[in-house]
Design a protein around this ligand. Structure first.
Ligand code: GLC
Length: 480
């Protein structure tokens, strides 16, 4: 039996701002229970819904040293069991209160320095010796750093190996070295260019990458891309340097939550055999959104954080040409104000053709997965992407840019061979995207049987967690 500890800043169903939470919520459950005892450590944010918080059980508390900023900082340990997985929630109201998990970056940096150290410090207290500590994104970046420095002679961690998984290289946790010294108590050797130092500042993710025994990212293509300047976010050199301990493992999705045959949130369940059930979902959603009810409209969806990463400037450039009398466009998501307002603007100017749902609503997202004909993801970069995987599962054809996980999971349509599961374009270019959308429309309106066959091929592909979980298991064995 191997002991595995996940350390992350978010996890479904407790707290979610992005795909990271889905992965941390799903993967532990998919690991073989006879071989792995998995525990998950996340912060006990006061913004976790009360329905969960009220059930967390108090385990213990103690006081921890944290650099010269604090000598006795409170670390509470709460515990909760769900679907056979034990979650530990690190409690500290100074750091983890507020309406959202993240806010002011300076404070977030300190928050997650505390979190990373506390995640290690609670393990002897709960007496759980980890064979592997699996750290996710920059918020857990200091775990390997603390382990190999301040904790290196602590016998409790004898034999412990660490994995750093990068879900998004864009976010690294960078601040000046002086502050880091003050708030972490890490020794000077850490703040050198070969370790955490980055352009005169300190970089938490870099620390995680350097000190971890292994580094993974969430698709093969992204693992290659981040070794190149365009996608490397300033760390491409580092990624090349460490590429002998780097690999990509593509994410899966939870096939129980996302199943059009049983999904209780959609209007009508359907399968490969009853694909026309999608039409009913479309009509009901059109009604709900106040759009003209017509099953023959081509419905394009976007379900996404509305940020630069997601390629929304391309959409802005050609929106006027995407929308025509045969097309409807439905957006669900929140993010940068500029994109939120852009979609509000189009909803206003293209009444009945564009629906801008500028909030995240899980129920409406499920309904849109079921209703839409196509899902648009023109990302500038995409480490993995989950929306296209869910779309495939719901027979909704992804239209994507060939980058990262999108490239690895969507097979481009070939009209001559009758193969492929979606549409993809290569260059980050609005005209190229528009041409592809027009091609998709042509296939949809002129050769519907070919369209439906493609939807079915998508539904038949397997992006459940099973395969990916096996790869993580192999890695855990390889390292221990
Ligand atoms: C980040 C990435 C996304 C990935 C997710 C889960 O949100 O942007 O591509 O799917 O993490 O790994």
């Amino acid at each position: 039996m191997k002991n595995i500890v996940f350390v992350a800043s978010e996890c479904v169903p407790f707290i979610k701002t992005g795909g990271l939470a889905d992965v941390v919520g799903a993967l532990p459950k998919m690991l073989d229970k006879n071989e792995f005892d998995v525990r998950v450590i996340i912060p006990n944010y006061t913004c976790i819904p009360w329905e969960y918080r009220s059930k967390f059980e108090y385990v213990h508390h103690f006081y921890m040293d944290l650099g010269s900023r604090f000598h006795d900082v409170h670390v509470g340990i709460m515990k909760y069991e769900l679907d056979g997985i034990i979650y530990y929630l690190i409690d500290n109201e100074f750091y983890f209160n507020g309406p959202t998990p993240y806010g002011d970056i300076r404070f977030d940096i300190e928050k997650f320095c505390f979190f990373s150290k506390a995640a290690l410090a609670i393990l002897p207290v709960i007496n759980f010796h980890p064979d592997i500590i699996h750290c996710h994104d920059w918020q857990a970046g200091l775990v390997p750093v603390y382990l190999r420095t301040l904790y290196q002679y602590n016998e409790f961690f004898y034999g412990t190996r660490t994995i750093m998984t990068i879900h998004n290289l864009k976010f690294q946790g960078i601040w000046d070295i002086k502050t880091f010294r003050y708030i972490t108590g890490l020794p000077d050797e850490v703040f050198t260019p070969a370790k955490m130092e980055y352009k005169k500042d300190a970089n938490m993710l870099k620390g995680g990458i350097v000190y971890a025994d292994y580094v993974t990212t969430v698709s093969d293509t992204y693992a290659g891309e981040i070794q190149m300047p365009y996608y490397g976010e300033g760390l491409d050199g580092l990624m090349r340097q460490y590429n002998n301990k780097l690999c990509g493992i593509v994410n899966g999705i939870d096939y129980e939550i996302f199943d059009p045959a049983t999904d209780k949130q959609i209007y009508k369940n359907y399968t490969i055999k009853t694909l026309e059930g999608k039409k009913e979902n479309k009509k009901k959603l059109q009604e709900e959104l106040g759009m003209p009810v017509d099953e023959n409209k081509f419905m394009i969806g976007i379900i996404s954080r509305l940020t630069d990463q997601k390629g929304l400037d391309l959409v802005n450039w050609v929106m006027g040409s995407i929308i025509d009398e045969f097309t409807q466009f439905v957006v669900i998501g929140t993010g940068d104000e500029q994109y939120e307002n852009m979609f509000r603007h189009y909803e206003w100017t293209k009444k009945g053709q564009v629906s801008a749902n500028i909030y995240y609503n899980d129920n409406r997202a499920h309904k849109l997965y079921a209703a839409a004909d196509a899902m648009l993801m023109p990302s500038r970069f995409e480490p993995c992407g989950l929306t296209q995987l869910i779309s495939l599962r719901y027979g909704t054809i992804p239209i994507v840019r060939e980058t990262g996980g999108l490239k690895d999971t969507v097979v481009p349509y070939n009209e001559f061979e009758g193969t492929g599961t979606g549409f993809s374009f290569h260059n980050y270019n609005a005209d190229e995207m528009l041409k592809l959308i027009n091609y998709a429309k042509k296939v949809y309106f002129e050769t519907r049987p070919a369209w439906d066959a493609m939807a079915i091929r998508g539904m038949e592909t397997d992006f459940s967690w099973e395969n990916s979980a096996k790869k993580y298991q192999d890695l855990y064995y390889k390292l221990t």
